[in-house]
Design a protein. Structure first.
Length: 319
């Protein structure tokens, strides 16, 4: 069996929580297949004379809460010498992230498989990408103008407002018509009209959870992780104190996945996590989707195995 070389770009490995880290689950699967793993952080990537390189370290893992990794000496590698690279750096999706996608794209042009495709990481803002599927979404408006956001509030009376570049529930607010804090909230989220901002009609089913659904090559894992807001909260984000509960996908969930699957495949978005509240698609997460380990443990799954079967199939077909 061929030994593949896998690179991963991620945040500091010493800071992860192994019991819930999806990147860790992926790396364990790669290791179980005998693949060589090269660990990199964003500052380790660089370019010289048009060639993308990295200061990397080979990595081995142990599935335990502490002392769970070992790094070898650093070495300089060409990214194109890797068979596959997992881009698993968490947002913020800032200019440094964008520059990294250009480095990865150069390797991709030389034949390296990058998960997910660098151009699509740039093109598919996790909130704005939903615009391609209006049939799946609640009424939505994106603007930086306070009068247009206020107008949307007057029309729908109960809305959610959030920045386009946030994660983990950061700066997400619910506004009801007549709320005396409306203007202050709009000013804060738009940074006084400097930043485009999304508003959506409030979906009451958030009380039943914000469902994270994982898709591999457009095919959904048949269970979602419903993240249920803490008491007094509107945000279904684990980072904002939400609890979680696994549950089978509904008929509507499968329908939403069918709507978006062809576009995901076309754009080379191999591993994606979508957020669904009630019957509505709210976000399409393409940068570093999570919840693998939670779903694996609740339903005796091995989502990383399915992902690497897809990745390995691509590599074998390429070769």
């Amino acid at each position: 069996m061929k030994t593949y070389k896998l690179g991963i770009v991620m945040d500091a490995i010493e800071s992860i929580k192994t019991y819930k880290d999806s990147s860790f689950a992926m790396l364990l699967e790669a290791q179980s297949r005998g693949w060589q793993i090269y660990y990199m952080q964003l500052p380790d990537l660089y370019m010289e004379s048009g060639i993308s390189l990295a200061v990397a370290q080979q990595l081995t893992l142990i599935d335990q809460p502490t002392d769970y990794f070992q790094l070898q000496h650093t070495e300089t590698i060409q990214l194109a010498d890797l068979d596959v690279i997992l881009m698993r750096k968490d947002p913020p999706f800032d200019l440094e992230y964008i520059y990294a996608t250009y480095f990865l794209e150069q390797a991709e042009q030389q034949g390296t498989l990058v998960v997910n495709r660098p151009q699509s990481l740039r093109d598919c803002n996790e909130k704005l990408f939903t615009r391609e599927f209006p049939q799946c979404c609640t009424p939505t408006r994106v603007s930086r103008k306070a009068e247009l956001l206020n107008q949307f509030l007057q029309t729908h009376e109960d809305i959610i407002i959030k920045p386009l570049d946030g994660m983990g529930g950061k700066s997400i607010f619910r506004i009801r018509q007549g709320d005396p804090n409306t203007n202050a909230i709009i000013e804060a989220v738009t940074q006084y009209g400097k930043c485009q901002t999304m508003v959506q009609k409030f979906i009451p089913e958030i009380l039943e959870g914000d469902k994270r659904i994982l898709l591999i090559d457009g095919k959904p894992v048949p269970y979602s992780l419903a993240r249920i807001p803490a008491e007094g909260e509107n945000r279904g984000n684990l980072a904002a104190g939400a609890s979680s509960r696994g549950q089978p996908l509904s008929e509507r969930d499968f329908w939403i996945c069918e709507q978006i699957a062809p576009v995901l495949r076309e754009k080379g978005l191999i591993f994606v996590g979508i957020d669904v509240i009630g019957d509505y698609l709210t976000e399409i997460n393409v940068t570093s989707p999570t919840c693998i380990r939670e779903l694996d443990s609740q339903f005796s799954l091995n989502i990383s195995y399915d992902l690497f079967e897809s990745i390995q199939s691509r590599l074998e077909n390429r070769n």
